[in-house]
Design a protein around this ligand. Structure first.
Ligand SMILES: C[S@@+](CC[C@H](N)C(=O)[O-])C[C@H]1O[C@@H](n2cnc3c(N)ncnc32)[C@H](O)[C@@H]1O
Length: 246
């Protein structure tokens, strides 16, 4: 008898943003997996849910390398899938923890595809989580969409090259993964004439949270924290300014 795989969204950092459903399932989980950067073995997602797990629930951190090299990625996904499949074959209740939501820019998506292929009959359940950009908008009290607004979510991992194209058809654009290409992202925002209409939010709901909309200040910042995003509004911004500054 195969176990069940839960993809659990744990929200972007504040442990109070876990759903009741996530808490209920976490209490009966027998094995926990979370993504680990190849650079460190700390799991924020695990930290967020720790108090809801039974003591001694094993945690395995799966290395998902931060690379765009398809061969390297494929090998890592397959190896991670094997580890999860091994536990599922023991009939266990397994959780893969994701920051924010499991189906929004998450390693869970790759894992889910591989596990489905490897064990087609296994039960997979996804528990949605509050995304980072929803929590960031709340922290900044910044409306994301109203009326007939169009909102677009972009990855900034390779820069904001698509901003020019999507801003034509969007009222709000969220740029995720801004940490690597931050100076280029600022350039693109300036080029589309929206430098006074953006809000940067970093470490939302965590110690050291930053909310900043002063473009001058942002330009001083060469590489922000990994947990950083930007919200750009075509019709102007009405967010509150962060206390901490950058
Ligand atoms: C791999 S994506 C994960 C997205 C996540 N699944 C979600 O639903 O928000 C990582 C990116 O999410 C954003 N992010 C996640 N947590 C955040 C936080 N607490 N504050 C600001 N941005 C965050 C950052 O842009 C980060 O680079």
């Amino acid at each position: 008898m195969l176990g069940t795989l839960y993809g659990i969204g744990v929200g972007p950092g504040d442990p109070e943003l876990l759903t009741l459903k996530a808490v209920r399932v976490l209490k009966r989980v027998e094995h926990v997996f979370a993504a680990a950067s190849t650079k460190n073995d700390y799991s924020l997602a695990h930290d967020i849910v720790r108090e809801h797990l039974s003591p001694n629930t094993p945690l395995d951190q799966l290395p998902f390398p931060m690379t765009f090299d398809p061969e390297h990625l494929e090998d890592a996904w397959l190896a991670n899938c094997e580890k999860v499949a091994e536990i599922l074959k023991q009939g266990k209740v397994v959780a893969f923890l994701t920051l924010g939501d499991p189906l929004t820019f998450s390693t869970f998506i790759y894992l889910m595809r591989k596990v489905r292929k490897r064990l087609p009959e296994v039960a997979i359940t996804v528990i949605p989580g509050i995304t980072s950009f929803q929590a960031a908008a709340a922290s900044a009290t910044l409306p994301l969409a109203e009326g007939e607004d169009v909102i677009t979510i972009l990855s900034g991992a390779k820069g904001a090259g698509r901003l020019k194209e999507v801003i034509q058809v969007s009222d709000s654009v969220v740029l995720m993964k801004t940490y690597k290409q931050f100076p280029q992202i600022l350039e693109q925002i300036e080029e589309v004439g929206l430098k006074d209409n953006c809000c940067f939010i970093s470490r939302c709901g965590l110690e050291g949270e930053v909310i900043e909309q002063d473009f001058q200040q942002l330009s001083q910042l060469k590489q922000p924290h990994y947990l950083s995003l930007m919200i750009v509004k075509k019709r102007g911004i009405e967010a509150k300014k962060g206390e901490a500054g950058v």
